[in-house]
Each structure stands twice: as C-alpha cells, then as structure tokens.
Design a protein around this ligand. Structure first.
Ligand code: ZN
Length: 353
C-alpha cells in the first residue's frame, strides 16, 4: 500500500519535515486513462488533498500510457517528428512530453548517484556538433564517463567559435547569426570544467583518481582544478592513434560513437538538428538515463552501468525510470519502490538481490 512520503504543498510543514502519519486516506477517484482507481489522501495539518498520482512522473499528463514508448523511441535515435507520427500525437505535444521526460531523467540520474567506493577511473573527451547552423553556431560537448562500468557521468554542450575553412557563404551565415544571437563566445573550458566537477563530486571519498584524455593542452589544468592535484593520475594519449580496442581512449571513443548513434541529432549527415542547445542538453540527459539505467553495459552483460556500480540492484525498465517524480532530491520516491519509500531510505528486497 502506498504511503505519501511528504505533503506535496511546499508551504506546509509536512513538506520538508513530515511528521509520522501526517496524511489520512481520503477516498478514491477513477481516471479516464486507467483501469484502476487511484487513492486520494488528505494532509492532517494543511487539510489539502492529493493522491498517489501527485507523486507520479506522469502527473497531469494526457496519454501517460505513451510515455515509455516515446522514451524508447527518443533513446533509439528517432526524431521528435517521427515519434509523433508513430504514436499518433501532435508535434507540440511530443515536444512537451520530451522536455518533461528529459528534465525528470536529469533529476533521476543525479538522485540515484552515490559516492564511488570501487572505481575511480574516468575517461574524458569532447565531441563537436552545432545548434541551428553547422557552419555558424558550433558546439562542443564534453563527455565524462567511468572507464570500467561505462557509466556516463556528464555530457552538456557549450558554444564554441566557428573555425576551420571559411567560404563567402559561411562568412555571411556567421554575420547573420551574430546579428541575431550576439557574438559567439567560446565557453568550452567552462563546460569541460563543469563536467569534470561532476566526476569529482562522485569521487569525493576516493584517495586516487585516474583520468584518461587526449593531449589537448588545456586538460591538465582543468583536471587539477576539478579533482585536486594530490590524488590525480592523468594519462594523456595522442588522439591520432588508431581507434582500436587497445587504444587507451577506446572506452570514451566507443561511448561517443554510441552517443552519436542513439542521440539522433548528433548523427552526421542527419536531418535532425537542435535549434537550441538547451534541447540538445535535454536529449543528452535522456541518453544518459537510458545508457546508465536501462541498457546493458555491453551486449554480453546482464548488468547496466548503474547496477555495475551498485547504484541500483538491477536494470530498470522504461516504465520504472518514468515512475515517481524526482523533484525532492533524495527524499523523492525511489523508482523501484511501490510503497512510497524515498531514494535515501529504500533498500532492495533481500530476494531480488
Ligand atoms: Zn500539508
């Protein structure tokens, strides 16, 4: 039986520090989109009512039944328009669902993380893509992954200056883009540092951190700044080296190839583009959740990267990653809980481990 973990109304004292049995059952209702009735509750202090559904990720959604399929489409490199056609939804509805799902998955990714105990070998690299116009508005996407588990720690785009061969047509496009969006500054260092700091957050309890990168000159300073000089073992490899499995950069090259394939808008020669980089970032969050929680580490494995690290006891299904809302940080309901146990309190049932 589901017990609400806290009162959903922020102004209520039972929101941040709920007292025991702060809510009582308050009838049920029958939603049109479900076969079963939904339990309602009332807060004893603020007297407001809410339901089990208030805590679900698909709270207030139309067609919540299509969310898992949409997630699977978008995690498989299918564009938003094509997903809309396949699911019989409007384009606008699909866009809004995508954003809501991706923002939810960003929180889920962060909530399920715990400080690393076993592994602290990171791979870091940047891949290039663009927003709106390939020649005029390029982006750098720093990607940080754990080497053995293949857990994707962070990937978030940063604008860079257009560079490379200039043609008249390209110069015109750059002038036009600058008129419209302002001068493009290179923020790739800031983006890289942000990604590396997400790794430092995960490795905060470890005495030794390994990092594999290519020979870009800015990396040693950024890595030291993020991880601290004393505990960092930074190995740099020439990026021109053959991209085979024995290459020390293989893990990150392989993850980037996977990302290019499964995030449709990163594909080369693709018709899919990001008009704004913040939606590319949402696409990357969706990919990270799929990669870390749903997909196997390798095809021969049973475990997902997050399972490999002990963050979750098994691989999650699309329904499970889209189950409970994650806005309350560690106090949010754990995706595998049926009773409403929070992420910080939830423990796997003894038989399932
Ligand atoms: Zn209340």
């Amino acid at each position: 039986m589901f017990t609400p973990p806290f009162c959903p109304y922020r102004a209520c004292s039972n929101h941040s520090a709920p007292r025991r049995r702060f809510s009582i059952r308050h009838g049920t209702y029958h939603p049109k989109c479900r076969a079963h009735s939904v339990q309602r509750f009332r807060c004893r202090d603020c007297l407001r009512t809410f339901s089990r559904q208030t805590f679900r990720m698909d709270f207030r959604d139309h067609r919540p039944d299509l969310n898992p399929r949409l997630f699977e489409h978008l995690a498989s490199g299918i564009g938003i328009r094509q997903s809309a056609r396949m699911l019989g939804l409007s384009l606008r509805c699909t866009e809004l669902k995508f954003r809501k799902i991706a923002r939810h998955l960003r929180r889920l990714n962060l909530n399920l993380r715990k400080p690393l105990k076993v592994e602290a070998s990171f791979h870091f690299d940047e891949l290039e893509t663009y927003e709106g116009h390939r020649g005029a508005r390029p982006l750098s996407v720093p990607v940080l992954a754990l080497s053995e588990s293949r857990y994707l720690v962070w990937a978030e785009s940063a604008p860079i200056r257009p560079r490379g061969k200039m043609t008249d047509k390209r110069r015109k496009a750059i002038t036009k883009a600058e008129k419209r969006h302002g001068v493009r500054h290179d923020l790739s260092m800031r983006g890289s540092l942000r990604a590396l700091r997400r790794g430092a957050e995960l490795a905060r309890e470890l005495e030794l951190v390994r990092l594999e990168t290519d020979e870009k000159s800015t990396y040693p300073r950024l890595a030291e700044k993020a991880f601290g000089r004393g505990r960092l073992l930074h190995r740099r490899t020439n990026s021109a080296l053959v991209r085979a499995t024995w290459n020390p950069l293989f893990a990150i090259n392989h993850e980037e190839a996977l990302m290019r394939d499964l995030v449709g808008r990163l594909r080369r020669e693709s018709w899919l583009v990001s008009k704004k980089r913040r939606y590319l970032d949402l696409g990357l969050q969706l990919h990270m959740a799929y990669r870390n929680l749903v997909r196997r580490r390798f095809n021969k494995d049973e475990a997902s990267p997050a399972q490999w690290l002990g963050f979750v006891p098994r691989r999650l299904t699309a329904q499970e990653v889209l189950s409970w809302r994650q806005e309350a940080g560690q106090r949010s309901v754990h995706p595998l809980s049926r009773r409403g146990t929070s992420v910080e309190r939830w423990r796997p049932p003894a038989s399932a481990a």
